[in-house]
Design a protein around this ligand. Structure first.
Ligand code: PEP
Ligand code: MG
Length: 884
């Protein structure tokens, strides 16, 4: 015998556990004990601890002493109820339920009425004077036991019930007579025997042992394992088993069973909300066979019970200081509580409940701020697919940009723009997008790509635009020639309607009903509380005045990344950009740049105005130049077409010239090629033009009284000499503009840290850089050696096989990339202690990565506009978690 205690009694003033023991008793067991301690009527029972489960798993055998303890607790239970297991006169019946420390779907759930056999069923019938009820309970027990303990499909039993109903011409279970119930019991036992080659167990201890075994084993079934893996739950926790005396909701019209919430779980409204059925057992309410009644009707049907239930639920909510989800049973007018737990709720409800509870003095503001998952803010800011829509799921991909959209399928950006001009709502479906597709993406309601990960072009741009996007959806095949895509055996033509859900990464056939979330002032209240707590600044990644304004409305405190390349794709600009790229000499290039400069300045004027008083980090041109040229294959096609259709020679020559340039600029590995500051070194005039546009805009606005704080950022630096070289272009140009304008602008010049070598030599780089912004997209790409554009091909498998926990382009890899950041931060501060540092890769909007950024000592995070509220909340939570 060991001294270890594995079994804890609850109820009848002998409760041994409490809510503080969730780890040992599981959520259900701990809450049952807590309710019993609070004097809430709970049928007595006992909980076998998670520790017993863990030992059972480890040793493939029950821990020593566990069964003795169970026997003693059975004695206690028998004493407390005045009934006995297996007693043919007055049988004790129990439920057996699993209960992990963290609620976990996929595990064995519930067996009711354990303790019935051919003898005790008669005892039950006699004692309750209700033979029908006794046999109904027995047939339910056989069915549930067979299903959850032995995995026999419930259809095997349901079909028999249906046959009986058909034979008798009735529709409800309750219309089957007592003799039919008895027949059902016999037939169910035969099914059991046929499936297991054994008789249905008549010994109660054997029933109990089999049920306990099934709970323990369900901890390691595939569904449970998968759920733990997806939700980051340790395999070491184990599950508890709750054995509890049965109370019966199916003993006539003064009995019943129900589920209820202390507040409305969809809206958060403070109203007692729930459903119940009279003359029914637990599973009937959720099974949907009978239509339950609103719990409000209980007020008229059983006013005393309603009053008691209302009192108890209020007491529970006050005690737990959170909205509760409860299960209750009424046995012949007497109320019992079977479960209470913190209720699952929609994001809108979570927000309202948290804010209301502060106003009700139930929780404080810090607690309220911890009550909302930052990612839930997505749901309250974007339209959602009505959960009641019944749509055919076509395929799934990455949930790249949240929200839902409905529209007609289009396969090209131009077509998307044309259709949008005719007021048609479209979804742009592409193998992958490129900067050329920006116009089409803007025109579309949502974007769907076959390839690409969380930082693919489509994902980044869609998030920036606040457009729903599903990426890397390799379950669909686009056939451009036919103008169709196929998925799951369906063929969807261009022009047909689909619905996409960018919060879930799902694509549906047809037109979904969209629901606009209803956000009132609660989100603002919550975010104000978060602002009072956080110390990290939150900026935005924005490259249009619209995005800058939107982000500011969401609370952004500046721009952390303005990608200037997106400004070059406008209809009137792309020809000039191409002229610049195709120029044979510096002079021609400068001519083209001179045409671009006023356009670029205009962009900055509006963006700077929108961010009056806040810093704006403008990144000089980063992508390889060929991104501004047409696609090689498209040009070949165009030439072929021109030739076959007798097009003008002049036009053929022009396209041929373009083709030569595209060919000359082609790179095997463009992500590691001629881009970033390398462009500024080979073509200093490009950065010169951009600096001029920035400083001229700032000077102009300064004279208008707008407070502009530009931070000029140089991309893809790996060596301090690169920075020094480019910085000279920037400072010389800025000086000359300021002299010319007679205005002094307090601008900064800094760099991105987005290559491992830059992080490792950050002390040297910091000597020339007035700020660092960690470009964790490229840093992830180069630290792992995973191409941003192609990693989507293997990352899902890596995650599935457990090689990676999550997509490192979405959630920062703290162990590797994070370590490089820490080195960069330490080294940077070692040579420039007051250096300002932030993060502007996609991770700047991911709550976990924000927490890391705070702990690592960054000054700000920067993310797409729609993520600004998420980042405000996540930064506050990072502070509160650290204080804990
Ligand atoms: C980065 O690399 O993290 C970054 C922000 O720049 P981009 O995504 O534009 O390369
Ligand atoms: Mg980058």
């Amino acid at each position: 015998m060991t001294d270890k205690k594995f079994v804890y009694f609850f109820g009848d003033n002998q409760t041994e556990g409490s809510n503080k023991m969730k780890h040992l008793l599981g959520g259900k067991g701990a809450n049952l004990a807590e309710m019993a301690n609070l004097g809430v009527p709970v049928p007595p029972g006992f909980t076998i601890s998670t520790e017993a489960c863990v030992l059972y798993m480890k040793n493939n055998d029950y821990p020593e002493g566990m069964w003795d303890e169970i026997d003693k607790n059975i004695d206690k239970l028998e004493e407390s109820t005045g009934k006995k297991f297996g007693d043919p006169e007055n049988p004790l019946l129990s439920s057996v339920r699993s209960g992990a420390p963290i609620s976990m779907p996929g595990m064995m759930d519930t067996v009711l009425n354990l303790g019935l056999n051919d003898k005790t069923v008669r005892g039950l019938a006699k004692r309750t004077d209700n033979e029908w009820f006794a046999y109904d309970s027995y047939r339910r027990f056989i069915m549930m036991f067979s299903d959850v303990v032995l995995g026999i499909d419930t259809d095997e039993f349901e079909n028999i019930i249906q046959q009986k109903k058909d034979e008798l011409g009735v529709t409800e279970d309750t219309e089957l007579g007592t003799n039919t119930m008895k027949d059902l019991v016999e037939e169910f036992k035969s099914v059991y025997k046929e499936k297991t080659s054994s008789d249905f167990p008549q010994k109660i201890k054997q029933q109990l042992k089999m049920a306990i075994n099934a709970v323990f084993n369900s901890w390691n079934n595939e569904r449970a394992k998968k759920y733990r893996q997806l939700n980051d739950i340790s395999d070491e926790l184990g599950t508890a088993v709750n054995v509890q005396a049965m109370v019966f909701g199916n003993m006539g019209e003064t009995s019943g069973t129900g589920v209820a919430f202390t507040r409305n779980p969809a809206t958060g409204e403070k109203e007692f909300y729930g459903e119940y059925l009279t003359n029914a057992q637990g599973e009937d309410v959720v099974a949907g066979i009978r239509t339950p009644k609103s719990v409000q009707t209980l007020k008229d049907n059983m006013p005393d019970v309603y009053r008691q239930l209302d009192d108890i639920t209020q007491k529970l909510e006050q005690h737990y200081k959170d909205m509760q989800d409860i299960e209750f049973t009424i046995e012949k007018g007497k109320l019992y509580m079977l479960q209470t737990r913190n209720a699952k709720r929609t994001a809108a409800a979570a927000l309202k409940v948290a804010v209301d509870m502060v106003h009700e003095n139930l929780i404080n503001k810090n607690e309220a701020v911890m009550r909302l998952k930052p990612s839930q803010i997505d749901q309250v800011l974007h339209p959602m697919i009505d959960p009641n829509s019944e749509l055919e799921l076509l395929s799934s991909g990455l949930a790249a940009s949240p929200g839902a959209a409905v529209g007609k399928v289009v396969f090209s950006a131009e077509h998307a723009e044309e259709m949008a001009q005719n007021n048609e709502e479209v979804i742009l479906v592409r193998t992958e997008t490129s900067p050329e597709d920006i116009g089409g993406m803007h025109a579309a309601k949502g974007v769907l790509t076959v390839r690409g990960g969380m930082t693919s072009h489509a994902a980044v741009v869609a998030r920036g635009m606040g457009k729903p996007c599903v990426c890397g959806c390799d379950g669909i095949n686009i056939d451009m020639n036919e103008g169709v895509f196929t998925a799951k055996g369906y063929t969807i033509n261009e022009g047909e309607c689909i619905s996409i859900d960018g919060s879930e990464g799902k694509i549906y056939m047809g037109e979904a009903e969209l629901k606009m979330p209803n956000v009132s002032g609660e989100l603002e209240t919550m975010l104000q509380w978060a602002d009072d707590i956080r110390s990290l600044n939150v900026r935005t990644n924005a490259d249009t005045p619209e995005d800058a304004k939107l982000a500011r409305d969401f609370g952004a405190e500046g721009i952390g990344l303005c990608r200037t390349e997106h400004m070059f794709f406008g209809e009137e600009r792309i020809p000039v950009v191409r002229e610049m790229i195709m120029a044979d000499n510096k002079e021609d290039r400068e001519k083209a740049l001179q045409k671009l400069q006023p356009m670029q300045k205009d962009d900055f004027l509006d963006i700077f105005r929108a961010m009056d008083g806040y810093p704006i980090t403008v990144r000089l041109l980063d992508p390889p130049l060929h991104e501004f040229l047409p696609n090689y294959e498209d040009l070949i096609e165009k030439i072929k077409k021109l030739e076959s259709e007798g097009g003008k020679q002049e036009e053929i020559n022009r396209v041929n010239d373009l083709l030569k340039n595209v060919d000359a600029l082609k790179e095997t590995n463009p992500m590691l090629g001629h881009r970033g500051c390398r462009l500024g070194i080979t073509y200093p005039e490009i950065y010169e033009m951009q600096t001029k546009a920035i400083i001229e805009a700032a000077c102009e606005l300064a004279s208008e009284g707008t407070d502009v704080i530009p931070e000029i950022m140089i991309p893809l630096v790996s060596n301090e000499k690169e920075l020094d070289f480019v910085k000279k272009t920037v400072t010389d140009t800025a000086e000359s503009v300021m002299n010319e304008k007679g205005t002094n602008i307090d601008y900064l010049c800094g760099t991105m840290i987005e290559l491992p070598r830059a992080a490792l030599t950050a002390d040297k780089i910091a000597k020339g850089a007035e700020f660092f912004s960690f470009g964790t997209n490229d840093l992830t790409q180069t630290a792992f050696g995973y191409s941003r554009d192609d990693a989507g091909k293997f990352l899902p498998l890596y995650i599935d096989k457990g090689i990676l926990e999550s997509d490192p382009f979405a959630v920062l890899d703290q162990e590797g990339v994070g370590e490089l950041m820490k080195i960069g931060i330490d080294k940077g501060r070692s040579s420039r202690p007051d250096i300002k540092m932030g993060i502007c890769g996609e991770h700047g909007g991911d709550p976990e990565s924000i927490s890391f950024s705070y702990e690592a000592g960054l000054n700000y995070v920067s993310c797409s506009p729609y993520r600004v509220p998420i980042a405000r909340l996540a930064s506050a939570q990072a502070v509160l978690k650290e204080e804990k």
